[in-house]
Design a protein around this ligand. Sequence first.
Ligand SMILES: [Zn+2]
Length: 263
Amino acid sequence: MRWGICIIAVLALLLFSACAQQTGPKYRGTDFDLVIYEPSEEFQDHIDMLQASNFIDVVEFIDESFAESPGIVVRFQTCGAVNAQWRPSSYEVAICYELLDYLDNNEAELNMEDAPEDFDKEAAVTFFYLHEVAHALIDVYDLPVTGREEDVADQFAVILLANHEADDALVASAMFFYDRMETVENFPIWSKHPLDEQRLYNLLCWAYGQNPDRYQDVVTNGHLPQSRADRCGQESAQAARSWGRLLVEFLNEEKAAEIRKKI
Ligand SMILES: [Zn+2]
C-alpha cells in the first residue's frame, strides 16, 4: 500500500516536472517591445547610439522571419560585468551596457594593423546579439545540437551576417576576439566559450567560406592558414544547411521557400 502511494507520488512528481519543464515558443502576441533599454544615466551615450543605429532592424528581421513571433526580447541593462546572455526564464537576450563600454574603451587597441579603420561598436553588438539569439532559438524550438553549442551559435551569427552583406560586424567581432587573446586572461563572457584564438579562426574561416572574394585578404595576410582556408567553403556551407534544416519548419512562408532552395 505504501509502495502504491509512493509510486503515485513519484508519478505525480514526474508529471509535474514534465509540465514545468515543457519547452516551446512562448508567443507574446503582438503588443510588446522587442528591444528594452533600461534607463541609465551612466550609460546614456550607449542608449543614444543604439537608438540612432540600425540595430532594431536586425532584431525585427529575426522576429519577422518566423511564422509566429518567437517573442525573444533584447534587454540592454546595467549588469556590473562585461557580458551578454540568453535568459530562458524571462525569454530575453540581455546585453550589458558594460559590454558597450568595454568596446569603447578598447577601440584604440583594436585599431591594429589589418583591423577595420573604424571599429564599429554597433557591428560588434550585432554579432553578440545574433550569437545569443542562436542560443535562444535552440532553447525555444528545442533544436538538436550535436556539438559545442558555442560553435553552433557562432556559425549562426556568421551565416546571417555574411548573407546580409553586414559582415563588417563579423570583422569587428573577429578583431574583438583577437584583442581578447592579447590582453585578458579571465573574461566572464567567454567562460563557456572556446578559446578566443579558436573562435577568431573559426569566424574568419566561416566568413571566408561564405564569401571568399571579400575575405581573400585574411588568407593572403596569413591570418587564416591556407590549409584551413581550403576547407572553409565546405565547413560553412554545411553549417548553413544544418541551420536551414533546423529552422525551416518554423519560418514564415516566404523565408521558408527561400531557405528550402538552399538546403
Ligand atoms: Zn554563447
